[in-house]
Design a protein around this ligand. Structure first.
Ligand SMILES: C[C@@](CO)(OP(=O)(O)O)[C@H](O)COP(=O)(O)OP(=O)(O)OC[C@H]1O[C@@H](n2ccc(N)nc2=O)[C@H](O)[C@@H]1O
Ligand SMILES: Nc1ncnc2c1ncn2[C@@H]1O[C@H](COP(=O)(O)OP(=O)(O)O)[C@@H](O)[C@H]1O
Length: 299
């Protein structure tokens, strides 16, 4: 095989319940992932191990084998007992350090692409296991759709989801570091002497997904990392307020941020919302997308 390309989606977290800090430095989560139609593409060809990155906003993405996609290729090669002889090109659309799991998506795509390039045909379960060792969000990028992530977020169960949901994403200038946002969440909780309780799935959110009820889903969106993201990036409050003022059914910071997500009633409403938000200068750029979409897919 000469070249393999994989398309892989971004995610938004519909519910991100964060439990207490664990001894290993991670938090137990109730993480409802939803894959949306904003994609990176990863192409692999035989060659010396290298990573090239293309796209309009790729600041901070390493163009070296240290890139998460390069690490994924090395991990798979080690598992198979072969040399990681692969030249990787990433075409990025997913915002960098934006809380939409772009790096995790590229790692998942590289696993799937190299599995095909090296004709390994590993079982999906094995790819999922390898994905989980690369990062907490990587297995979901392979699976796609809508899914509940427990543990660090890597233990996945697909969730029933009817119809299509329409989203507007407000992309920010610059990113937020995921570990810094989790640390800020811990700091805020400690400062308020908050007893951190175990997070639970929201029955209202699960019912809204199963019924395809956008209004109910908008009301049920929740992110425990949002206060921390807002402390580290106070300007996001203006963005969220603008979305609400312009009639979004729900608005929240996506994961660790700083991307803000707005749920619309339908495609026309999403266009209206994007135009209105674009007119008040609360985002670097606005992107429309729908979900759920499949995970990493061979083209
Ligand atoms: C917050 C979330 C929500 O889906 O995604 P982003 O918004 O960053 O995309 C994830 O939990 C990010 O997952 P991911 O980016 O894969 O994180 P990892 O590489 O596994 O871990 C990076 C760091 O984040 C923190 N971390 C991550 C996952 C978790 N359950 N608890 C944590 O405390 C730890 O400090 C860890 O060292
Ligand atoms: N393929 C990649 N795409 C994006 N970032 C990457 C990649 N590989 C490594 N990184 C590093 O990971 C950091 C977090 O990236 P990203 O996954 O985009 O953010 P988030 O966890 O907020 O979704 C980046 O700032 C960058 O330093």
């Amino acid at each position: 095989m000469n070249a393999v390309t994989v398309r892989v989606p971004a995610k938004v977290n519909l519910q991100l319940g964060v439990g207490p800090l664990r001894d290993d430095g991670y938090h137990d989560l109730v993480n409802v992932f939803h894959a949306v139609s904003l994609f990176d593409e990863v192409t692999v060809v035989p060659g010396e191990l290298s990573v090239a990155v293309e796209g309009a906003s790729i600041e901070g993405v390493p163009a070296t084998p240290d890139n998460l996609a390069g690490r994924a290729a090395r991990l798979l090669a080690e598992h198979l007992g072969v040399e990681p002889e692969v030249a990787i090109t990433i075409r990025k659309e997913i915002p960098v350090a934006g809380g939409m799991a772009g790096g995790s998506a590229d790692a998942a795509a590289a696993l799937l692409a190299c599995d095909a390039l090296w004709e390994a045909n590993l079982p999906f379960a094995t790819l999922m296991e390898l994905a989980g060792t690369l990062g907490s969000d990587v297995p979901f990028a392979l699976l796609g759709g809508t899914a509940l992530g427990l543990g660090r977020g890597e233990k996945l169960t697909p969730l029933p989801c009817s119809g299509e949901f329409h989203w507007v994403f407000a992309l920010a200038d610059g990113g937020l570091s995921t570990p810094a946002v989790y640390a800020e969440c811990d700091r805020i909780r400690a400062a308020h002497s908050e007893r951190v309780s175990w997070p639970h799935e929201s029955p209202a959110l699960l019912a809204a997904l199963a019924e395809g009820d956008a209004e109910a889903l908008g009301a049920a969106l929740a992110n425990d990392l949002q206060p921390a993201a807002l402390t580290l990036r106070p300007s996001l409050q203006r963005t969220l307020t603008a979305g609400r003022d312009f009639g979004a059914l729900g608005s929240l910071v996506s994961g660790s941020g700083p991307t803000c997500a707005f749920l619309a009633a339908d495609a026309t409403h999403a266009l209206d919302l994007a135009v209105a938000l674009g007119g008040v200068g609360v985002a670097r750029t606005l992107v429309r997308a729908s979900g759920p979409v499949p995970g990493a897919t061979l083209l």
